[in-house]
Design a protein around this ligand. Structure first.
Ligand SMILES: [Zn+2]
Length: 147
């Protein structure tokens, strides 16, 4: 277990789910206040605690409850059928390779989405290296993420 200060410093006081700054001086009881999100990464049935602690706004943290955490794609990007970002990252961490993450109507949309995604992942998963590829086909452009 780490203290809130340690987790906050490690995460540069930015919420791992919504990617917005977290105010370290705000009350922990405030919805926009800081909290530690404990993510269980242990395999099912494994003993002990395999987990990581990430910084989240209290509202972002408690909202996830029993459901899986969600990193939203921004509304301004023109993407069709965007993949769940955290699920894709988990898959790439386990198996590597490449995953198609979104379809875009125009190549410039795919380039915008690629730039956003790589920037977002640099904070979401600072220990992993990603790159993207844009494949034309099917009347659109497929954005592919590789690890
Ligand atoms: Zn947040």
């Amino acid at each position: 277990m780490s203290t809130l200060q340690e987790v906050g410093d490690r995460e540069s006081w930015r919420c791992w789910l919504c990617d917005e700054p977290v105010d370290s001086d705000m009350s922990v009881n405030d919805p926009r206040g800081p909290s530690i999100d404990s993510i269980n990464t242990a395999k099912k049935g494994a003993k002990g605690k395999g987990g990581v602690e990430r910084l989240a706004h209290r509202a972002c943290n408690t909202r996830k409850g029993a459901v899986k955490p969600v990193v939203p794609w921004p509304d301004q990007l023109f993407v069709v059928d965007p993949a769940p970002i955290i699920g894709v990252v988990e898959q790439l961490r386990r198996k590597g390779g490449r995953v198609a993450v979104a379809r875009c109507p125009a190549e410039s949309d795919a380039e915008d989405a690629s730039a956003w995604l790589l920037d977002r992942l640099s904070r979401l998963e600072p220990d992993m290296r990603f790159d993207t590829q844009i494949d034309a086909g099917g009347g659109g452009f497929l954005l592919v993420l590789r690890a």
